[in-house]
Design a binder for this molecule. Sequence first.
Ligand SMILES: [Fe+2]
Length: 293
Amino acid sequence: MTYPIDMSVKPDVSAHFDEMTNTITYIVKDPNSNHCAIVDSVMDIDYAAGRITYEAADRLIEEINSRGLTVDWIIETHVHADHLSAAPYLQDKLGGKIGVGEKIMVVQETFGKVFNEGTEFERDGSQFDALFKDGDTYMIGSMQAFAMYTPGHTPACMVHVVGDAAFAGDTLFMPDGGSARADFPGGDAATLYDSIMKVLSLPDETRLFMCHDYGPNGRAIEWETTVAEQKAENIHVGGDKTREDFIKFRTERDEQLAMPRLIIPSLQVNMRAGEVPTDKDGNPMLKVPVNAL
Ligand SMILES: [Fe+2]
């Protein structure tokens, strides 16, 4: 696949860090117009209380409105397992199309079974406005963006590239954070390695924006790095680390990891493009499948 890379386009990127889930949401603005995209938004949940709120989304809306921006796209890099997407809430207030990788259908099939969703749960991605294939392009104002298919963490992961900026989703973390886990259903360490190499085949000076940061070893939260820095310094794939090293390390590490705190609500909501499921009477309701994950 040859991707339409154009390093002369330099989007204006603003980051919003969500402390509850260590997620970074981006507003990606066209420098030549007031058009923008939102990447990986967050809806707040107090899971113990079953309470959903919109503080993070409202802060985003306030910034977008105060800057007078028009939202063309609300992008999900993948079906997140650690936070809920606020895409429908944002779309309602701001407009824009909700886009995700077309392999969402695989994720919907897998978790449709886990959560024993009935036939009313469509597994064709129709909850989203756009389903991207590898190399598909779309416009943010005058900027052409493209989606790069990067499975491994999940089967539907995509990295979105806009000019000299790439939104890494759950492939790489900051160089001292390494990489995303590859042990969810449909995940695979070797596939993730190959996807990471695809990301690192972008030009060295590409700005890479992370989806998550956990501030390893007590450092302050960071989210921006470059392809060159990742190639040199990433603790899981950089320097002289081989594919075999990575697969062995990733597989062993993943066996030690607990499930993300919000995986149960996140999957049910995010596989529906951010809509909360409802029971037979139409009340918002989440399930907990026992010993299924
Ligand atoms: Fe993820």
